[in-house]
Design a binder for this molecule. Structure first.
Ligand code: NI
Length: 171
């Protein structure tokens, strides 16, 4: 089932997600819905808080970016345990339609998380995958791409998104 994506400045995007404790059919349905929603958008990552579900869970598929076979990865209760280097990517976010901004982040990260069945794993990532993991992990803490921008850019994006929300509400 496609879930509606929340757009900035929706306040629910600022709520930190809660730890996932049950690895049951309901969770698996949520993951399936998130994947369907992400692929339709289309996007390379989606965090549960972006569809109004306040849980520490995100999905990533950077292969969909390059028309490769899908490579869906699920991260539950993730923790970035190491980060090094620095790189800049032109990032977008499904909660900021039409916005793209250059954002600096560590180039490589090691993330520890649980899979959909609650089994722990560790992953070292670099390139686009590392950027997407950090971006999605931010969502679980109520942090958004706009927080990484200069004061000037932040104000411009805030204004554009607020205007967009007002136009949507007027429809
Ligand atoms: Ni995002």
């Amino acid at each position: 089932m496609i879930r509606p994506i929340l757009f900035y400045p929706d306040k629910r995007l600022r709520e930190p997600g809660k730890e996932v404790e049950e690895f049951d059919a309901e969770l698996h349905q949520l993951i399936e819905d998130m994947a369907e929603t992400m692929y339709l958008a289309p996007g390379v990552g989606l965090a549960a808080p972006q569809i109004g579900v306040s849980k520490r869970l995100f999905i990533v598929d950077v292969a969909s970016h390059d028309d490769e076979p899908s490579d869906l990865r699920v991260f539950i209760n993730p923790e970035i345990i190491a980060a090094e280097g620095s790189t800049t990517f032109n990032e977008g976010c499904l909660s900021f339609p039409g916005v793209r901004e250059d954002i600096d982040r560590p180039e490589r990260v090691t993330v520890r998380a649980l899979d959909k069945d609650g089994k722990p794993f560790e992953l070292e990532a670099d390139g686009l995958l590392a950027t997407v993991i950090q971006h999605e992990n931010d969502h679980l803490n109520g942090e958004l791409m706009i927080d990484h921008l200069s004061v000037l850019r932040r104000r411009m994006v805030h204004r554009a998104m607020t205007k967009r929300a007002a136009a949507d509400a007027a429809q």
